[in-house]
Structure formats: C-alpha cells, structure tokens
Design a protein around this ligand. Structure first.
Ligand code: CP
Length: 326
C-alpha cells in the first residue's frame, strides 16, 4: 500500500480510506511514544499552520498550537471577530491569501447550515491543506482522538464492541451535531455495534444516518437507533452521552431551550453506568455541563477516560499535520 497524504484536506474522515485513517493512527501512536521518551520529532520545521476560529475553543486551539510547536513549526491564531473577516473578507479570499502565507489552514466554523460550506469554499481556493477543527456537520479530530482512546482501552480490533452514542441534556447552549455525527460515521467503519439514542426532536441529519448504515454494511457490526436513554446503557462497552442541539427541529434558541427542558432527566449518573458492562468506559469530548449532563461522580470516577481523550487530540492532530503539511 502506498500512502501519500501530502496536501490532502481533512474535512471529514468519510473522505479518507480506512487504510489512510489507520496510517494516521499509526503515526499518532509513534508521535505519542516519541513525546513520552522526549525524542525530538521536528517534522514540520519552518512550517506555519493558520488557525481560524469563528467560535470559542479550549482543547482544539491549545492542542493544535502545542502540536505545531512540538513539530518544529508555528501556529498562527486568527480570530474572525478581530480581523477584517468580520468586515467582509470572503472564504475564497481567505483560501487564496492565507494559503500563500501558511502551509496549512485549520478552521472552526460551526454556524448551522454554513460552517461546512465555508470550510469547503476556503479549501477550494487554497493551495495548502485545510483541516476541519469543527463545523456544523463534522468534528473529525475529536473523533480520531476518541478512536485512538478506545483502541488504547480495548485493543485495535473493535469488532463486536458496543458504543452508546447518546443525547444528554445540557442547559449551556445549543451545541452542534458534529460530535455524534462524526462518531456514528467513524465507529461504524470499525465493525462496532453503534447505538444512537436520542429524543425525537434531537435527530441527526438523515444523510449522515444513511452513510452510517452504509458503513455498517461494508464493515460488519451494526447500527441501531433508539429513544430510551436507560436502554442505551445496557451492556454497552463505551458510553458517550453528550448534549447536542435540536437543529433539525428548530434553529430558535428559545424554542430549543423549551424542548430541551423535557429531557432534564437525561443525565449520565452512577445508576445508569451500572447498567453498562462492568469494564465500560465513560467518554465525553468536553466541555461538559457538570451535574446536568453527567454527575461529578461519573466524570471524575474510575470509568471516565475524558482526560485521555483530550490528550489524544494532540497526537492525532500532530499526525494529520505531519502527513498533510510536509
Ligand atoms: N472538544 C473540543 O473540541 O473542545 P474545545 O471546544 O474546547 O476545542
């Protein structure tokens, strides 16, 4: 197999083959080992990553910035609000111009029905690879880090493992669909039994559901849709219960808050975790609404792997940058 990923965009892993994703993970394991040993790995010396944010971030910004420094390059933070983007720089102009300054462009643009389209417009105009730091449809680097974390806990062959991808209530804000959508897309390619659990108002995009079903037909495993929160935990190996917005029902913040209030009992707690397999792990991309979405006892408890997930963002992103920006 020949793998040359130079100049490839990573907007969704659906556009990467299974072999390419496995290569990325192989590099991520190697870079994680090198960092643990203190071995230099300056694979992107003198290279620049432009990081364009239209939305707040803690983990994504910090891990891309740290990752570029560890690879010997530089990460340039661009905030849409404090640049001329807020006065009309277009996606095409950003791709053309920033693509001449930098060796890669990473973008977070989560606006509903717009973010993914914006990232693709930048990519069409850019001579350098474009990396999706989260849009309205996908969050590829979060889910690559999640896959790496699951493989650390259960081994590389995940066939037959059951993952519960569930809605959970949160009051903070109407979060994108990108995490559950990327989760069901990637985990169905690894032969897992994927359960998607949500109230009817919190449906995911039908096209994403169809792609997840198609992935399952090709890779084995199963894809099941449920609306009973407790049932989703039963005998699962991986619990990934998080909040997302009811974007397919309404874009109105007030209406969505009223709908969400019907499901305040969708919280991951110790009783529900006890329904899962004894060795089950609890995952969350963070930030979480503590004691609303998940109890402190669970997220800080022995089954939680949330800090390993957050760490693995660093390793998978470094791998993607090293492979695409050389
Ligand atoms: N999980 C995640 O993407 O975190 P941030 O929003 O803090 O970047």
């Amino acid at each position: 197999m020949q793998t040359d990923l130079r100049n490839r965009d990573l907007i969704t892993e659906q556009e990467w083959t299974r072999e390419e994703i496995d290569t990325l993970l192989d590099v991520a394991w190697d870079l994680k080992r090198k960092r643990a040993l203190g071995e230099s790995h300056a694979l992107l010396r003198d290279k620049v990553l432009a990081m364009l944010f239209f939305f707040t971030s803690t983990r994504t910004r910090a891990s891309f910035e740290a990752g570029m420094a560890q690879l010997g390059g530089h990460a340039m933070f661009i905030d849409s609000e404090t640049t001329q983007i807020s006065h009309g720089d277009t996606a095409k102009e950003i791709g053309e111009i920033i693509g001449r300054y930098a060796d890669g462009i990473a973008i977070r643009q989560c606006d509903w029905n717009f973010g993914n389209q914006y990232i693709r417009e930048v990519a069409a105009a850019s001579r350098v690879p474009v990396l999706n730091m989260q849009c309205d449809v996908y969050h590829p680097f979060q889910i690559l880090a999640d896959l790496m974390t699951i493989q650390e806990k259960f081994g590389r062959d995940l066939r037959g493992k059951t993952i519960n991808v569930s809605y959970a209530y949160a009051s903070s804000y109407q979060k994108p669909l990108s995490v559950p959508q990327s989760l069901i897309l990637l985990m169905t390619r690894y032969g897992m039994n994927v359960r998607l659990v949500n109230p009817p108002e919190f449906a995911l995009m039908p096209d994403i559901i169809d792609q997840a079903k198609d992935n399952t037909r090709k890779s084995g495993g199963s894809f099941e849709m449920m609306d009973d929160f407790d049932a989703g935990f039963k005998d699962a190996d991986i619990i990934y219960a998080k909040s997302w917005g009811c974007w397919m029902t309404t874009e109105d913040k007030n209406e969505s808050a009223v709908i969400g209030k019907k499901y305040t009992n969708w919280i991951t707690d110790e009783r529900r975790m006890s329904l899962a397999n004894e060795h089950a792990i609890y995952m969350h991309c963070l930030p979480a609404d503590r004691n609303i979405e998940v109890t402190d006892g669970v997220i800080d408890g022995p089954q939680s792997v949330v800090y390993d997930e957050a760490e693995n963002r660093l390793h998978v992103q470094k791998a993607a940058m090293a492979l695409t920006m050389r």
